[in-house]
Write a protein of this length. Structure first.
Length: 111
């Protein structure tokens, strides 16, 4: 499992009211095919008022800077999202259902 380091910049970035998303053709449908998660569900996570920013990925060290968050969709799915930021746009790399440990961390933070 990837490891993340908390960074304040990410928290401040996630407080903005509107997000722009950038999808590349390789990642746009990957999460749907692999995990049954629609692109619209991945984007919904960023509007969760209780989103949990994990921070910057430190292990394994990716070739470009990646961030991780855990958040809920409008249908209460708790998802893990890995993404990068390019010209202040969120480029989602992958999305999946949060594992048990991630769900527990999210729920504990939001009790």
């Amino acid at each position: 499992m990837a490891k993340f380091e908390y960074i304040l910049w990410l928290v401040e970035f996630l407080k903005q009211p509107l997000f722009k998303f950038q999808w590349d053709s390789g990642n746009e449908y990957k999460s749907q095919a692999k995990h049954g998660i629609l692109t619209s569900e991945a984007e919904e996570v960023f509007y969760d008022k209780e989103i949990l920013p994990l921070g910057i990925q430190t292990q394994p060290l990716p070739s470009e800077i990646r961030f991780g968050v855990i958040g809920k969709t409008s249908t209460d799915k708790i998802l893990f999202v890995s993404f990068t930021v390019r010209v202040l746009q969120i480029r989602i790399i992958s999305t999946r259902k949060a594992n048990k440990q991630e769900r527990e961390i999210y729920e504990e933070k939001n009790d």
